[in-house]
Design a binder for this molecule. Structure first.
Ligand code: ADP
Ligand code: MG
Length: 251
């Protein structure tokens, strides 16, 4: 799965020896990774190891200087057409839910499809209601983000991202800003998505989630992928001291 042995066409996301610098700070070092359709990767590692930067490269929010990124057959060439296509294929959920505060939950979901993509409003509303049911928020459609709990807001953010039918969902520490009692309701929704076959890359320190959901756990440190293994192997028998130290600190 790592090492990019498969032809990129079979993969939702393929990274081949990606390198990125901020000035002279080398933040991604020869990162290679492949995500197949329906597969779930959990990405973990110490703060500052480059996890967010990597996700942001995958959806085109950040540029990189060297290497190849291919999403659903489109290779990023820095030109607007590939950027638009890659953005269309990827959905991103951040630590801090960036909902529009002045729009209702329902409007938060429909505004992208209706105004950015020209989807008929009635169809968008119907899909939004289905997705709100899926994230168990059917009864909150008319509320504003400020009236919801953090866990509810994050579930709205997930539904909003799903409205654009991404081929891959990218989650960047989606529960780390939440009160402990709200973490599980968000993880449950993500786990259900995974069970329904959604391809995803999840940056999280929720190792219970990783054990249950991940096909592959990828451990990064200082911009490099140090280990990539199925959760049962990674947790039982981390191959490096760095991963062992990391697991010791978070558990
Ligand atoms: P993680 O998500 O694993 O905590 P990040 O991807 O946020 O790590 O950051 C990786 C490294 O890149 C860190 O050293 C961070 O300080 C640096 N970095 C992140 N964003 C920027 C930026 N916009 N400009 C300069 N350096 C940055
Ligand atoms: Mg981060």
């Amino acid at each position: 799965m790592t090492g990019n042995e498969d032809a990129p066409a079979n993969l939702v996301v393929s990274l081949d020896r990606l390198n990125k610098w901020y000035g002279d700070h080398h933040v991604l070092r020869d990162v290679s990774l492949g995500l197949a359709h329906g597969e779930r990767i959990v990405l973990c590692g110490p703060s500052g190891s480059g996890k967010s930067t990597l996700l942001r490269c995958v959806n085109g929010l950040e540029r990189f200087q060297e290497g190849t990124l291919t999403v659903c057959g489109t290779t990023m060439d820095g030109k607007p057409a590939s950027l638009t296509e890659i953005r269309r294929r990827t959905g991103m959920v951040f630590q801090h839910f960036n909902l529009f505060p002045h729009l209702s939950v329902l409007d938060n979901l429909t505004i992208g499809p209706v105004y950015a993509r020209g989807e008929p409003e009635a169809a968008a509303i119907a899909r939004a209601r289905e997705l709100l049911e899926r994230v168990r928020l059917s009864d909150q459609a008319a509320k504003f983000p400020g009236q919801l709990s953090g866990g509810q807001r994050q579930r709205v953010a997930i539904a909003r991202s799903l409205m654009l039918t991404p081929d891959v969902m990218l989650f960047d520490e989606p529960t780390s800003a939440l009160d402990p009692e709200m973490i599980q309701e968000v993880l449950d929704v993500m786990e259900e998505l995974a069970r329904d076959g959604q391809s995803m890359i999840v940056v999280t320190h929720e190792m219970g989630f990783a054990r249950r959901v991940a096909d592959l756990v990828v451990f990064m440190d200082q911009g490099e992928i140090i280990e990539a293994a199925p959760p049962e192997d990674f947790f039982a028998n981390p191959a490096t001291d760095r991963a062992r130290d990391f697991l010791g600190k978070i558990s």
